[in-house]
Design a protein around this ligand. Structure first.
Ligand code: NAD
Ligand code: TYD
Length: 338
């Protein structure tokens, strides 16, 4: 591959993916299309701003003329769609932007890619499309889709559009579904960066409900290596699950974070539960391991320590983000919970 278009490349996973691809493939050029919503930050790629292989277009994946323009003027071998509204709590407050970007945006992108005969399209999806597990079992690619939040319903709708385009038009798409990511550059509304930031400032950590909900955590770099493997070796029309083999209850993770940060458990504050809160996510990634030769490389403890170190040594990054739009959002929506 010589040129790929990445959408949502200024967000958490997209920026880590761009960095990985530029480092792995010296001949590759990347067009990064991002709307720069509250979650998109050009600073996430500041260390690559002088790389001539990386170009940036500010714009919305819902705008067909813009996508057509990019695809007509560049010889794009593949499109990787990260662009999305990604936070479950925000989707509960207002599902409108989620329907727009996650569903309509995907449809526009699929149509534009089809018209431009783009040879490969990868949809970055989530394990949340499978719904919630009880104490036992794992999500496989054949687990029925049963999304519970407006966020996951919109991601599922996008996956179904991708499926239909493969089936109807023979569109060359691959879908990947991953568990909860952690690592550098994650927006501090998500559990791990939020709790690191709060604990560092001796503020309380708002644990939803009983804290017994379980997530399977994967280091963002392992996820990005999986997407790269699917892009190169994946079969058209197929779905690949990625997970980190690191199931943790939220309260267990919160206590581990406090221990690693040297902060007391008294910072924990149990707050009103998220409505419709999924109990447990856990991934069976054996298909990706067998078919793509992919495996996660990070142990959770090692990855978490590295992540904590990154946030501690990039505290200005987090403070700048928190002083912007995020702060007013956080205060109006969640201030009362703290
Ligand atoms: P993020 O919120 O950090 O970043 C999203 C990016 O998309 C931002 O840069 C934003 O500006 C951009 N964007 C939003 N709407 C856009 C639009 N209409 N047009 C163009 N750009 C737009 O999200 P993330 O955590 O990096 O997630 C990236 C993708 O991975 C999403 O599709 C998400 O559903 C999926 N995913 C995330 C996780 C996770 O744990 N974070 C797990 C599995 C899958
Ligand atoms: P989050 O990072 O929002 O990811 P997702 O909802 O996509 O899994 O949340 C991870 C888990 O942590 C989830 O079970 C909700 C919980 N949580 C809290 O208990 N407190 C918080 O302040 C946040 C943001 C999340």
């Amino acid at each position: 591959m010589k040129c790929i278009m990445v959408t949502g490349g200024c967000g958490f996973i997209g920026s880590n993916f761009i960095r990985l691809m530029l480092d792995s493939y010296p001949e590759l050029s990347i067009i990064n299309l991002d709307k720069l919503t509250y979650a998109g930050n050009l600073e996430n790629l500041a260390d690559r701003k002088d790389d001539p292989r990386l170009s940036f277009r500010k714009g919305d994946i819902c705008k067909r003329e813009l996508i057509d323009d990019i695809l007509q003027h560049a010889d794009v071998d593949a499109v990787v769609n990260f662009a999305a509204e990604s936070h479950v709590d925000r989707s509960i407050l207002d599902s409108g932007p989620f329907v727009q970007t996650n569903i309509v945006g995907t449809q526009v992108l699929l149509d534009a890619c089809r018209a431009a005969k783009i040879p490969r399209y990868l949809q970055v999806s989530t394990d949340e499309v499978y719904g919630s597990l009880g104490a036992e079992g794992f999500f496989t690619e054949d687990t029925p889709l049963a999304p519970n939040s407006p966020y996951s319903a919109c991601k599922t709708s996008a996956d179904l559009l991708v499926r239909a385009y493969v089936h109807t038009y023979g569109f060359p798409a691959i879908t990947t579904r991953c568990s909860n990511n952690y690592g550098p550059y994650q927006f501090p509304e998500k559990l791990i960066p939020l709790f690191i930031s709060n604990a560092t400032n001796d503020q309380s950590l708002p644990v939803y409900g009983t804290g017994e909900n379980v997530r399977d955590w994967i280091h963002v770099e392992d996820h990005c290596r999986g997407i790269d493997a699917a892009l190169r070796k994946g079969e058209e029309g197929e779905i690949y699950n990625f997970g980190g083999n690191a199931e943790m209850t939220n309260i267990g993770l919160t206590k581990l974070l406090l221990e690693l940060l040297g902060k007391p458990d008294t910072l924990i504050k149990y707050v009103k539960d998220r409505p419709g809160h999924d109990m447990r996510y856990a991934i069976d990634a054996s298909k990706a391991k067998e078919k793509l030769g992919w495996t996660p490389t990070y142990s959770f403890r090692e990855g978490l320590q590295e992540t904590i170190d990154w946030y501690l040594s990039n505290s200005e990054w987090i403070e700048r983000i928190k002083s912007g739009e995020y702060l007013s959002y956080y205060e109006t929506q969640y201030g009362s919970r703290l």
